[in-house]
Ligand binder design. Sequence first.
Ligand code: AMP
Length: 146
Amino acid sequence: MNAYQHILLAVDFMPGVENVCRRAHELAECTGAQLSVIHVVEPVVMAPPYEGVPSLPVDFEEQMLKSTQDSLKQLVEKEAMQDAGWSVEVGSVKWTIIEYAKEQNVDLIVIGSHGRHGLERLLGSTANAVLHAAPCDVLAVHIENR
Ligand code: AMP
């Protein structure tokens, strides 16, 4: 049996994302695992309009989702991951990744890690948060801080 059956790659669109994609893609090819790519959009809080402050268009969230889906599709194509399934989900980044992994029987989550130190580490990173709640293995791919 292969080491991994279903790998979940969690991506943002920040510098260094290509390395994280490449590592997940290589692993999926080596193990023959299914690869899924996820990006999570945090929900937009629609505050009531205040005088002088323009309110957001009613379909703002829909537009944002659509443009995020386009960006994710482009990233998947650019990184030659056409065989991978991909989806944009709305929710808390950490819990959405964890829930998706549970529901889809993911056995490895691949995530980027900036290797932060000191206060930044105490405040927590996505990689750290996911690692401590994950139902499966987690690979934190090092991202060079710029
Ligand atoms: P961070 O520690 O928040 O800078 O993010 C580290 C890693 O968490 C990124 O390289 C991604 O793998 C993952 N990540 C961060 N934000 C998101 C997001 N909105 N959706 C999916 N994965 C994310």
